[in-house]
Structure formats: structure tokens, C-alpha cells
Design a protein around this ligand. Structure first.
Ligand code: HEM
Length: 152
């Protein structure tokens, strides 16, 4: 099934209007259902809630703009290496995101809506995890010379 980009964009606009209560709900859900990931995040989550909020709005409103979205997701995925994020942890984020959307969309959350969001999330997670895997590939590792510059 093709992703319904108009729907995802409309929901991106709705999320923008709701503000960071969306990401507050998301983290409350994730930390209570997947407590093992709590320790990866800072004690105070205010900044992180804003960052994820901006990211969610950006991804959903650019869902039909791969020229902007793919490089953004690749950079985001590579950036997650430093947090020691594992591919299997994307399930916890995906489930928590679906539950959050269901909560805020209420009766608009139908099986079709759920399917299209699931597909969009899985695609975003795939771009992020594949970019992270590529940049961790030992074949791309460049040892440093004595002055700290990469050896070609
Ligand atoms: C589509 C999925 C995801 C999106 C859109 C996303 C988005 C973000 C954004 C925008 C940031 C802010 C910092 C940055 O730009 O690097 C961030 C940080 C972070 N993310 Fe993700 N993320 C995703 C998946 C995950 C997963 C699966 C995990 C693992 C549980 C994770 C763990 C973290 C952690 C630990 C931080 C740093 C918190 C801090 O120290 O301030 N993220 N994420």
C-alpha cells in the first residue's frame, strides 16, 4: 500500500497545533511500557520533548519531499549512533508513536490511518538505521595518522 502522504501531512499540521503535549504523552507512554530505554535519556526531558516535537512535525510535513527528508533522516540516524541506539529499539519508538497518535486523533484513528502511519514510520526507521549501519561499516573506518588527520 502506498503511503497516504496527504493524510500524514495533515496530521503533521495537527501535531504542530497541539504542541509538545504530544511528545510528553509519547515519552510517558514509552517510559512506562519500555522502561529499559529510560536510562538512555536525560533526567530532565524538556529539551528532548521539543526536539522530538520539531522532528515529528518536520518529518510528517515533508513526507512527500524525499529530497529534503532522506538526507535529514540519514543524518538523524547517524546522529543516533552516539546514543547507542539499536535497530530493535525502533519498535519501542514505533509502538509508542502509534499509541500517541491514536490518543490525539481519537475517532480519526482508523485501521487505514494506522496502516499508513505504520508504513511511514517503518520507512523512516529503515532510512535511519541503514544510514547508521553504513557509517559504522568497518570498511569505511579511516584510521587516524599521528597528527590526527584520517589516513587515506
Ligand atoms: C524515527 C525514529 C526517531 C526519531 C524521529 C528520533 C528523533 C530524535 C531527535 C530529533 C533527537 C534530538 C537530538 C538529535 O537530533 O540527535 C533525538 C535524540 C535521542 N534519541 Fe531519538 N529518534 C528516533 C528514534 C530513536 C530510538 C529508536 C531511540 C532508542 C530508544 C532513540 C533515542 C534517542 C536518545 C537517547 C536521544 C538523546 C537524548 C539526549 O541525550 O538528549 N531515538 N531523537
Amino acid at each position: 500500500m502506498a503511503i497516504n502522504t496527504e493524510l500524514i501531512k495533515a496530521h503533521g499540521a495537527a501535531i504542530k497545533g497541539l504542541g509538545t503535549q504530544v511528545t510528553s504523552y509519547f515519552y510517558d507512554y514509552m517510559f512506562s511500557h519500555f522502561p529499559e530505554v529510560r536510562k538512555m535519556f536525560p533526567e530532565t526531558m524538556t529539551t528532548q520533548k521539543e526536539r522530538l516535537f520539531n522532528s515529528l512535525v518536520y518529518i510528517s510535513t515533508n513526507i512527500d519531499n524525499p529530497a529534503a527528508l532522506v538526507p535529514y533522516l540519514e543524518r538523524l540516524g547517524e546522529g543516533h549512533i552516539k546514543y547507542d541506539t539499536r535497530p530493535e529499539q525502533y519498535d519501542a519508538v514505533g509502538v509508542s508513536l502509534m499509541k500517541t497518535l491514536e490518543h490525539f486523533l481519537g475517532s480519526a484513528w482508523t485501521p487505514e490511518v494506522s496502516a499508513t502511519w505504520s508504513e511511514a514510520y517503518n520507512l523512516a526507521a529503515k532510512v535511519m538505521t541503514e544510514a547508521a549501519a553504513r557509517s559504522m561499516d568497518p570498511a569505511r573506518y579511516k584510521p587516524l595518522s599521528q597528527d590526527g588527520t584520517p589516513v587515506r
